[in-house]
Design a protein around this ligand. Structure first.
Ligand SMILES: Cc1cc2nc3c(=O)[nH]c(=O)nc-3n(C[C@H](O)[C@H](O)[C@H](O)COP(=O)(O)OP(=O)(O)OC[C@H]3O[C@@H](n4cnc5c(N)ncnc54)[C@H](O)[C@@H]3O)c2cc1C
Ligand code: SF4
Ligand code: SF4
Ligand code: SF4
Length: 496
């Protein structure tokens, strides 16, 4: 053995392992995350790669899972080899030509949502006659803090449109109006889902705008982690003492939702995003795009300091616009660095993996004194009538299906939350109606019913052996917030 070889304590394999460990240093990927995101969510392909690359992991045939057989250093190598994890920057936030930290250089725009870059770009585009119109989102003058998509044609209106409203806005409707009004060059500002709609309309073989050659759309995408259902969120704010008419700004920063009466001052109230999770639009749970990957220019706040924007110019025209707007003095730009990028990548990853952690829950309750229901549900005999308030407009909160099971002895009711936010403290009342009288009433309280979640209730029918089934069953649902939200009588008759 040569002297050199004696010093060499590592095999080439160990050397590579350590090299990659160093490369991954500072990242928060780990075996725990692999288990949480990939194995426990049921998306593991059982390829065994994780066990193959790590000396302290082995494949457990019995559980069909990787198993630790030594001390895990948390290096994240297993996580980064797994075919199911999303780890490469390109996969996390799409392609881009140049990244910038940017903010406005226009005095009237200071006080935009973050750095005012979006508004400043619109000012530049109008002043330089590069666009005829822009599609933006403003506050509905008739409903405080509800978004309303608008076509604007001037710099002054662009300034009026600054600021974020954290709810879905029907921007594409305004875009189509602009197209019908023959505007040829349009800047479109929207969340990643809005941008995707426009991209599809241009790029898909059956897209509405594909052959509409007269229309040019510049897509300015906003970063977006989630949006909220105003019908549910705002009453919650009001319950907490907030006067929506006085709110000047809403802002999400570092996991908190802040409300300001004075945008320059301290927030009047702040909530953690977790507290508001139940008011999140259900679509956002399935959304994987943080940074508007299909936009020409994507603008957000994460990764840059206060009053600044993180900007990705993704297309040639997007880059030219950013550079020219800076050169002509509309915006200030600074180079983007690895610290900015890592913050974006971290959040982008949280969003990409959320698609795996959604689990559809189904609950089955049978009214049986011996059976204990799930902890999320409290069942008790009816003691009092539910206070009935008028339901909110003509919205359909619940849909119901019935099914007779167990030789027609049990009425199985499937109730689905058809509204895009969590229904809380929902009282379900089921009663048999016989000759105008209510019999055998009972109430179940569902603490939380998630959007599009289905809950199944078994209601035993009081039918003797061999008797034909004939009954009218009234099913009602109500919540404290919305009053009676569902009422339907199911007529049960013997099968023909
Ligand atoms: C629902 C939502 C969620 C967001 N979540 C994040 C996040 O998690 N992380 C992050 O970094 N950034 C997020 N943003 C983006 C951020 O709030 C700013 O819009 C962005 O940083 C641009 O800042 P600015 O100062 O340039 O905006 P401004 O110059 O003030 O311009 C804001 C523009 O946004 C438009 N707009 C406002 N509300 C909507 C809406 N609901 N739909 C479509 N367009 C709208 C306005 O028309 C205006 O043109 C979110 C934005 C929205 C609307
Ligand atoms: S040591 Fe590294 S590769 Fe092995 S299980 Fe832990 S995180 Fe994964
Ligand atoms: S590498 Fe990923 S997909 Fe393959 S077995 Fe391990 S956890 Fe499952
Ligand atoms: S999280 Fe996704 S679906 Fe929800 S508003 Fe943002 S881009 Fe749209």
């Amino acid at each position: 053995m040569t002297e050199n070889n004696t010093d060499q304590t590592e095999t080439p394999y160990e050397y590579s392992f350590e090299y990659i460990q160093k490369k991954l240093e500072g990242k928060k990927d780990s075996f725990g995350m692999l288990m949480k995101e990939i194995v426990r969510t049921g998306i593991c392909t059982e390829c065994g790669t994780c066990a193959a690359v790590c000396p302290v992991l082995e494949w457990d045939d019995l559980t069909a899972q990787p198993k630790l057989i030594g001390k895990c250093t948390g290096c994240g190598i297993c996580y980064n080899q797994c075919p199911r994890t999303i780890t490469d920057p390109y996969m996390l936030m799409g392609d881009f030509k140049t990244g910038y930290v940017a903010n406005t250089n226009i005095p009237e725009v200071i006080g935009g949502q973050d750095g005012g870059t979006v508004t400043s770009l619109l000012c530049y585009l109008f002043n330089e006659h590069l666009i005829d119109a822009a599609v933006v989102t403003m506050k509905d003058p008739n409903k405080p803090w509800h978004p309303i998509a608008q076509i604007i044609t001037s710099k002054d209106d662009a300034i009026k449109s600054s600021g974020s409203i954290y709810s879905h806005s029907q921007t594409v409707e305004a875009l189509m109006d602009a197209v019908r009004q023959d505007f040829r060059s349009i800047a479109f500002v929207g969340t990643p889902c809005n941008i995707d709609a426009v991209s599809k309309m241009f790029d898909s073989p059956t897209g509405m705008l594909k052959y509409f050659m007269r229309c040019h759309v510049l897509k300015i995408g906003l970063f977006c982690m989630d949006s909220f259902a105003p019908e549910a969120l705002y009453p919650f704010f009001e319950k907490g003492g907030i006067d929506l008419l006085k709110v000047q700004k809403m802002n999400i920063n570092k996991g908190k939702f802040h409300l300001y009466y004075d945008p320059q001052g301290e927030p009047v109230k702040s909530y953690t995003i977790r507290q508001l999770d139940k008011f999140k639009s259900s679509s956002c749970n399935f959304c994987t795009d943080l940074t508007a990957e299909n936009a020409d220019i994507s603008v957000g706040s994460v990764g840059s300091g206060a009053n600044k924007n993180t900007v990705f110019a993704r297309t040639g025209i997007g880059t030219e616009i950013m550079e020219d707007a800076a050169e002509k003095g509309y915006i200030k730009i600074e180079p983007f660095n690895a610290i900015n990028l890592n913050a974006v990548l971290f959040l982008a990853k949280l969003k990409k993996v959320s698609q795996y952690t959604i689990q559809k829950r189904k609950v089955f309750i049978v009214r049986d004194t011996d059976e204990r229901e799930e902890p999320r549900i409290e069942t008790k005999p009816e003691v009092e009538q539910v206070a009935v308030k008028p339901a909110l407009g003509a919205r359909k909160f619940i849909s119901a299906k019935k099914d007779l099971i167990e030789e027609d002895k049990l009425l199985n009711l499937s109730l689905t939350n058809t509204i895009g936010y969590v229904l809380e403290g929902m009282k379900i009342r089921v009663v048999t109606i016989e000759e105008l009288f209510e019999k055998r009433p009972w109430i179940t309280t569902i603490k939380e019913l998630f959007p599009f979640e289905t809950i199944e209730i078994g209601y035993p029918l009081d039918i003797g052996e061999g008797e034909p089934i004939k009954a009218n069953i009234l099913v009602e649902a109500s919540t404290e917030a919305f009053g009676k939200i569902f009422s339907r009588t199911f007529k049960l008759a013997p099968k023909e």
